[in-house]
Design a protein around this ligand. Sequence first.
Ligand code: A2P
Length: 276
Amino acid sequence: MTVQEKPAQSAVPEGVYDLPVTDIRHYTDRLFFFRTERPSGFRFRSGEFVMIGLPPEVMGGKTVWRAYSIASPAWEEHIDFYSIKVPDGPLTSKLMDIEVGDTVWMRKKPTGTLVHDALVPGKRLFLLCTGTGIAPFASIIRDPETYEKFEKVYVIHTCRDNAELQYGFDLVDEIANHEILAEIVGDKLVHWASCTRQDADTGKGVHAGRMTDMMRSGTLYEELGIEPLNPETCRVMICGSMAMLKDCANLCEEAGLAEGSNSEPGQYVIERAFVG
Ligand code: A2P
């Protein structure tokens, strides 16, 4: 939308930030990344989510709110989001057209269970995600606390096709080239990616098939050269569709891990990858 076309701006409601968009990357026709300014008073824990909306004048009169994981770590000066585009989705059908300089509304209160506080101490952290479910882990893998708490961190990401996996590859590259993070992370971070609806780009290290099938068969652990999930050393965070959450939670339960929450930390935690 150009400046001339913009209708008069609505007043920002109490408890809401009006955030200028500073960067946008369209990964595929289904997925995009956007960055906003970060208000000085806004605090959150890496892995949490917030409610996002667009001003009513862009929405035909009424703001629709959707949950979005914050994809940047708690120490960053900006806020990142990674979103699906749903052509008939009430919010994303509009959000996908935002441009740098437009504003996004964000409710001030962050929340969520994909946080370190919800897990008891362990040695290996598995971050299981499909599609935009990688967003909270984009935050977690760039938080130094993650590497103070765990010896090894495995990001396991399954998408429909190779292009949808690119954001994960970009994150790992960014960490490897980051002045401070590269040293903190060292060889503790392992990125494992797979796709299900296209021939896997094996040259890039992409595997074929769902992570859940390869966890069940054991091939994922064999490839990584590690022992399967166990409750003594392994902690798991899961973010994806309802079906994926259920399957991954079952794998955790079968391995003897107990679900945790903010009030009662456990060995694994889940959160839905939000859509709409
Ligand atoms: P598949 O292509 O076999 O359905 P989506 O974009 O629909 O959210 O899916 C993202 C990825 O998650 C796809 O690769 C999809 O595989 C995979 N997926 C869907 N359901 C599950 C599940 N229950 N367990 C693991 N992966 C799943």
